[in-house]
Write a protein of this length. Structure first.
Lengths: 109, 78
């Protein structure tokens, strides 16, 4: 399986996926950590994928979304944004909207 | 290799001529910036598309020469 296929498969088979540096328990970058905090605050269940585990993955995810930075959040197969956009959307209440249909967990507004 | 704030502004404006660009050097080290980019031509575009235009303007410097650029985009209020 190519790295693009691997990414595509993860994004499409999980409702909420965060490609990040480090893990949700131990973020290794401040930007990734901010998104983890927001998702945890909202009580969303999500899959965190550590791009530091593979150079292929770290470069592949940038090509996948045509997006040069990490973290990257995907909801129901769609790229939602990186750290700045997620924070802005959270502050505006828009992220809560995007996540409200996600199975499994209630999202408080 | 750090990047000069003026160079960042120049690159952004070369791709988005109507952009009004404000850049702050967050750490004073020429390596961690926050940029606000306001442009009428962003109208009708999603945030992701707006940011992608700015990243495009930076021509791959993002994540390379430019370690950290906190980005905020928007359209003019009036």
């Amino acid at each position: 399986m190519s790295i693009q296929q691997f990414i595509d498969n993860e994004v499409k088979s999980n409702d909420v996926v965060l490609f990040m540096k480090g893990t949700p328990q131990f973020p290794q970058c401040g930007f990734s950590g901010q998104v983890v905090q927001i998702l945890d605050h909202l009580g969303v269940s999500y899959k965190g994928i550590n791009v530091l585990e593979s150079d292929d993955l770290r470069e592949g995810i940038k090509a996948y979304a045509q997006w040069p930075t990490i973290p990257q959040l995907y909801v129901k197969g769609e790229f939602v944004g990186g750290c700045d956009i997620i924070r802005e959307m959270f502050q505006a209440g828009e992220l809560q909207e995007v996540l409200k249909d996600v199975a499994g967990k209630p999202v408080s507004a | 290799m750090p990047m000069d704030a003026n160079e960042i502004e120049r690159l952004i404006k070369s791709r988005i001529p109507d952009a009004s660009v404000t850049i702050r050097d967050l750490a004073g080290d020429g390596d961690h910036y926050a940029a606000t980019v306001i442009a009428e031509s962003f109208r009708g575009k999603s945030r992701v598309q707006q940011h992608q235009l700015v990243y495009e303007a930076l021509k791959g410097q993002m994540g390379g020469a430019l370690h950290a650029l906190a980005l905020q985009t928007g359209i003019p209020n009036n």
